[in-house]
Design a protein around this ligand. Structure first.
Ligand SMILES: [Zn+2]
Length: 163
């Protein structure tokens, strides 16, 4: 899918969305899942592509209503950075919510703000995605302006077809 936000386009590859879709909390005891969104800047443009991600690992804290990503994901990111000849970089976070239509918690907003402040990445914006059971939403955080706003909300039909 491609989200056009005016001064740039953000492409999220299906290969990235499909594992997120598969982690939805459909069964009553499915825990929240999450990880990093990893992407690159398309050469000679402002556009970015989210083309990779990290998935939950045993070091993470997971419950029905909580996901805390462990620092160990940084090692996975480092590997991808090297394997991609230094093009794939940290671009944000994804996690699931046990809601059909997901809303960020106040803790989510605090976490995103902190990540915008502290992340060591060249990315000027970060992308945050929450996957609910029947729809998902995407926000971008502007690291200079310190603002977050929603850029997409919708169901999964757009990419399920090409699965
Ligand atoms: Zn959340």
């Amino acid at each position: 899918m491609i989200i056009d936000i005016g001064n740039k386009k953000i492409k999220i590859n299906n290969d990235t969305l499909i594992p997120i879709y598969d982690y939805r909390q459909i069964r009553p005891n499915d825990c929240e899942a999450g990880g990093m969104l990893i992407g690159s800047i398309i050469r000679n443009s402002n556009d970015i592509v989210i083309e990779d991600l990290t998935l939950p690992i045993k070091e993470d804290i997971r419950s029905r209503v909580k996901y805390v990503r462990s620092e160990k994901h940084n090692e996975l990111l480092e590997q991808k950075w090297i394997e991609s000849q230094y093009t794939k970089m940290y671009f944000g976070e994804w996690h699931t919510h046990p809601q059909n239509n997901p809303f960020p918690s106040s803790q989510d907003i605090i976490n995103w703000m902190n990540l915008m402040k502290k992340s060591k990445t060249e990315a000027e914006i970060l992308v945050f995605l929450i996957a609910g059971n029947s729809s998902f939403k995407v926000w971008i955080g502007d690291r200079k302006r310190k603002t977050i706003h929603q850029i997409y909300g919708g169901d999964y039909s757009e990419f399920k077809m090409v699965r």
